[in-house]
Design a binder for this molecule. Structure first.
Ligand SMILES: [Zn+2]
Length: 453
């Protein structure tokens, strides 16, 4: 028989954590995108005035005065091949063959992709279509001449504009980002830049961030995100800042002192300690008096010695349980977690969900749980399995050479100044709905860079 009362009690007890977890996965930001528009049609006609005469320029698209054509738009279906589509539209076989051989240098018929759009263009006076346009992306289109059996590839000039964005995590970042069309890309770049410092799967409500990045547009329409130049992320007491520095030899994200964001891990969680017991799958346990694998490394140190987080990450657990005593478990990224056992006590502010920095004190050496004397049993998890961290090879963090620092500082100061032009938005309690909307903030920079001029 099911005990309804305890089932209810269980639900009650677990309702809040459940909501909390849900909440953590649903982040919100408001972003400062300008002119984010879902309409990705380009080269539309523009009206301009000269004196009192209205001059109407024809609608230009794909290099044509498009209004002089009959235009038929289609989307590539499954198992619909290039040649077939042409055949169905009454293009003679020799012409199809001509197109394929004349364009093979830049057009591979296998890159005719399901879901992409194509257009047949026909002059009213023509019996069959005159042109086929294929647009695999907003960045380029192919134009095939169906009368002459030729074709061209046309790259659209991308305008890159530097923008700043700021946000606060409130309830549903992902939704907001997807709605904004672009912001999801920005989020991905932010995650990439800060992944060694911030665990974005455990982002906290109220976390704030600022970004300085390139926005890509084509003929005034935002189409994508270019490089993320700088980012800062504030969570709890900690602020993480990074700038991208590229001198060709040392490209990457660095902190403001020129240290790589990918810091690897500290060699040990306590200073001035000695290893009192190594990782050993067949160790005789001194307290239990039997063979029991020791899946950690013990560092003996005086009671009260500070224990450091070996890497940036988020605290998964800070609790007391059984033989582990007081312990802290930290998730560093998708791959690595670390755990620190037998603590005398936790450092101030260390609790589940808190972000910690590499080298931050998380607790103090003790002998709580199954321990013969004061030590920290350090456990290292790789892909969910406990491993001997002393045997792991990590890519050594390469600091910028001293000779680079002057150049780095110039770049850093410029980027940080840009970030400082915007403030972190404040989380307004109880009004998450309002913050789900995209907030337009003025662009802070107009150093437009033209790519593919
Ligand atoms: Zn141990």
């Amino acid at each position: 028989m099911i005990d309804m009362e305890s089932a209810n009690a269980f639900l009650q007890k677990n309702k809040n954590p459940l909501l909390l977890i849900l909440g953590l996965f649903l982040l919100v930001a408001f972003f400062s995108f300008n002119d984010v528009d879902s309409n990705h049609d380009f080269d539309l006609g523009q009206k301009s005035q000269i004196g009192s005469f209205k001059l109407i320029k024809p609608n230009q698209k794909w290099g044509f005065a498009i209004d002089t054509f009959e235009v038929k738009k289609s989307t590539i279906q499954n198992n619909e091949f290039f040649g077939e589509v042409l055949q169905k539209n009454n293009v003679a076989y020799p012409v199809i063959e001509g197109i394929i051989s004349n364009t093979k240098e830049f057009f591979d018929v296998n890159h005719w992709r399901v879901g992409k759009n194509y257009w047949f263009l026909k002059k009213p006076s023509s019996k069959t279509s005159d042109y086929l346009v294929y647009e695999p992306s907003v960045y380029k289109y192919y134009l095939f001449d169906l009368k002459n059996g030729t074709g061209t590839v046309n790259e659209r000039p991308i305008k890159k504009e530097l923008k700043t964005a700021s946000g606060v995590i409130s309830s549903s970042l992902w939704k907001t980002m997807t709605d904004a069309g672009l912001s999801f890309d920005v989020a991905g770049k932010m995650e990439n830049a800060l992944q060694w410092s911030i665990d974005f799967h455990h982002a906290q409500k109220g976390d704030q961030f600022k970004l300085y990045y390139e926005e890509e547009s084509i003929n005034g329409q935002v189409v994508g995100v270019g490089d993320l130049h700088a980012a800062s992320y504030k969570t709890g007491e900690n602020e993480f800042q990074t700038v991208y520095y590229d001198d060709e030899e040392h490209p990457g994200y660095y902190d403001l002192e020129g240290r790589p964001m990918n810091k690897g891990f500290l060699k040990s969680p306590v200073k001035y300690s000695r290893i009192s017991s190594r990782f050993n799958r067949r160790r005789f346990h001194p307290v239990l008096k039997r063979v029991r694998p020791h899946l950690g490394t013990d560092y003996a140190a005086p009671r009260g010695t500070p224990i450091y987080a070996v890497g940036d990450g988020v605290v998964l657990e800070a609790r007391r349980r059984g033989g582990n005593g007081n312990y802290v478990k930290i998730r560093h990224n998708e791959t690595y977690q670390t755990q620190y056992l037998h603590m005398q006590k936790f450092a101030k502010g260390i609790s589940s969900g808190v972000h910690v920095k590499q080298g931050q004190v998380i607790g103090y050496v003790g002998s709580t749980g199954l321990a013969t004397g004061p030590h920290v049993c350090f456990r290292f998890w790789k892909n969910g399995k406990q491993v001997n961290h002393l045997r792991l090879e990590f890519p050594p963090p390469k600091p910028l050479p001293a000779a680079e620092m002057a150049d780095f500082n110039v770049v850093r100061d410029k980027f940080v100044a840009k970030l400082n032009e915007v403030d972190y938005p404040e989380l307004i309690e109880g009004s998450t709905e309002a913050q789900d909307e995209i907030k337009n903030v003025e662009a802070t920079d107009n150093e437009a860079v033209m790519a593919n001029p």
